[in-house]
Design a protein. Structure first.
Length: 193
């Protein structure tokens, strides 16, 4: 698959604003700073489709992008931002539930973890939560360019063990900087179309 067209549709604050055309959706989620905006910009071949904001005030927005006029990328707010208040965290949780539960067009949740580090408690919670609700998850390890070849193997083992991933579940290493993993990721998504 090649992405030839991508268009920002809406920053939704409530479910009534989500698209109703039933096109397939792929959601992206991960810790703040994991490289989520960069990844979406890289695979859509756009410099600023997703604006890099990182501001805690934006933690409740669910951003929809129409891709190839065929399906949506849904950019979910990052978690684990150190300076976010308990109230804001609770709102984040509520927003996630509102979107992830009962979202019929959602075919895959792309969970991004930092390839350089052991997945955090938040990452583990997110992975387990998605699984618990029967979601179809695809784990992506970001910033592959920061790792040497032998470190990639170690990182893969650490991520798989920490998250408790089954052996047959895909784990894709990705680099926005070096454009690694784009085809592998798009191929996985294409299977759902
Ligand atoms: P987000 O908060 O998850 O949307 O993360 P961003 O895409 O804004 O990236 C966070 C930081 O990580 C920025 O400083 C990026 O330049 C950096 N970053 C993102 N992707 C990569 C990558 O593939 N390789 C490296 N080395 N740095 C990256």
């Amino acid at each position: 698959m090649r992405i030839t067209n991508s268009e920002f549709i809406i920053s939704a604050v409530k479910p009534e604003q989500y698209p109703v055309d039933n096109r397939v959706e792929f959601a992206f989620v991960g810790r703040s700073n994991v490289g989520k905006s960069s990844l979406i910009n890289t695979i859509t071949n756009r410099k600023k489709l997703v604006k890099v904001s990182g501001t805690p005030g934006k933690t409740r927005l669910v951003n929809f992008f129409l891709i190839n006029d065929e399906f949506y990328f849904v950019d979910l707010p990052g978690y684990g931002y150190a300076k976010v208040s308990k109230t804001e965290q609770a709102k984040w949780g509520k927003m996630m539930e509102m979107y992830l539960l009962n979202r019929e067009p959602l075919k895959k949740i792309v969970l991004l973890v930092d390839g350089r580090h052991k997945p955090t408690e938040d990452d583990i919670m997110m992975y387990e939560w998605v699984k618990h609700y029967g979601g179809n998850v695809l784990v992506i390890a970001t910033k592959e360019d920061k790792l040497k070849r032998n470190e990639i193997k170690k990182s893969e083992k650490r991520i798989r063990e920490t998250l408790g991933m089954p052996d047959d579940e895909k784990l894709i290493f990705f680099s926005s900087l070096k454009k690694v993993g784009i085809d592998a990721l798009l191929n996985e998504l294409e299977k759902e179309l």
